[in-house]
Design a protein around this ligand. Structure first.
Ligand SMILES: Nc1ncnc2c1ncn2[C@@H]1O[C@H](COP(=O)(O)OP(=O)(O)O)[C@@H](O)[C@H]1O
Ligand SMILES: [Mg+2]
Length: 332
């Protein structure tokens, strides 16, 4: 077994909002090994981006973390001071966000923005980055942008959507050494470009020996790109397995629903096949948060959230159908 890079344990994140609290993350457990490519799938609103923002320590001020730990290379990052945090970021935890237009500042050239990112990623170590321009050029080159020299002087608005997404990838790879988080990186791109961008991310991560977290609502993309997949539902990881296993033999009724509603090998939304919607986080169901939508729910499901346990050689599921010696009631 290779070394663990990231270990999120029992993470709870709440948002203070007008008139109450949204209890979004409900005890998330999630880990990534060094060099591993991990997928994170689940419907919109289930807490994928929130989990990653907690890891990068970029949650908004109205968020609180009442419980949980996040270890990066054994260090609890929720306990780091700002200097230690800058050092950690300097080691290269970077994120490609869902919407490339929001990640790029329209009033600065690509070159100016890359310059900042490279400076910032040197952390508080104070070391001068001598060859910033070369690092910038090679990042643009690696992201397969045409004419990197000219790209440095371009403004985001001068580029197409696909190019802007590549620029975001260049931003991320200019610094990523340990972990690249790609949060629905291809959502706004058309299908042919989606494939290219994803292949590019995969190649670059492999070349650098970095780890990848690919967040996607396309099960097809997760299948092509990752080695292991987590399925998230309403603030919990409800299933985890090697990618091939998960697709061959999904255990959780939610995962089964997702797979059933996906046209084979293609992308697209998957929620249509499961009636109902994610619960209100202000007043979520007390037990398994999927119980109100689950065709197999029975008494224990409404009492407490089932823990994520090993049911089959590294295949983990959080579901009472598979715990405490329960029979598989799906076939009952
Ligand atoms: N800044 C915020 N303020 C209040 N609630 C938020 C905020 N960000 C996220 N949330 C809540 O957390 C839920 C999960 O959001 P998010 O992590 O973005 O989901 P996903 O990335 O899986 O689509 C949202 O449905 C919303 O209720
Ligand atoms: Mg998101």
């Amino acid at each position: 077994m290779s070394e663990t890079l990231l270990d999120i344990k029992n993470l709870h994140v709440w948002f203070k909002v007008y008139g109450g609290v949204l209890k979004v993350l409900n005890g998330v457990n999630f880990n990534v090994k060094i060099g591993e490519k991990v997928g994170l799938v689940g419907e919109a609103g289930c807490g994928k981006t929130t989990t990653m923002k907690a890891l990068l320590r970029v949650l908004p001020n109205l968020a609180l973390i009442p419980e949980g730990d996040i270890f990066v290379r054994g260090k609890n990052i929720l306990k780091l001071n700002s200097r230690e945090l800058a050092d950690l970021r300097g080691r290269g935890l970077s994120m490609i966000f869902q919407d490339p237009t929001s990640a790029l500042n329209p009033v600065f050239t690509i070159g100016q923005q890359l310059d900042d990112i490279i400076k910032y990623s040197a952390g508080s170590s104070g070391q001068k980055v001598a060859n910033k321009k070369n690092i910038a050029l090679s990042a643009l080159h690696e992201a397969r942008l045409p004419d990197p020299e000219r790209m440095l002087d371009s403004y985001p608005i001068q580029l197409s959507g696909g190019m802007r997404q590549r620029v975001c990838i260049a931003f991320a790879i200019a610094t990523a050494r340990d972990l690249l988080i790609a949060d629905e990186p291809t959502t706004n791109l058309d299908v042919t470009i989606q494939d290219q961008v994803l292949r590019l991310i995969k190649d670059l991560v492999e070349k650098k020996g970095a780890s990848l977290i690919l967040i996607t609502h396309s099960l097809g993309l997760a299948r092509e790109t990752t080695e292991r997949v987590y399925v998230m539902y309403a603030g919990n990881m409800i299933e985890m397995a090697a990618t091939s296993l998960l697709f061959k033999k999904p255990f959780h009724p939610y995962t089964q629903g997702l797979l059933a509603s996906v046209p084979r090998l293609s992308g697209g939304g998957f929620a249509e096949g499961i009636p109902g919607r994610i619960p209100n986080y202000r007043n979520p169901p007390p037990g398994c948060r999927f119980a109100p939508r689950c065709p197999y729910a029975f008494a224990p499901c409404t009492k407490a959230m089932p823990p994520l346990i090993d049911v089959d050689d590294g295949h983990q599921v959080a579901c009472y159908l598979y715990q405490n010696g329960q029979e598989d009631r799906r076939n009952a």
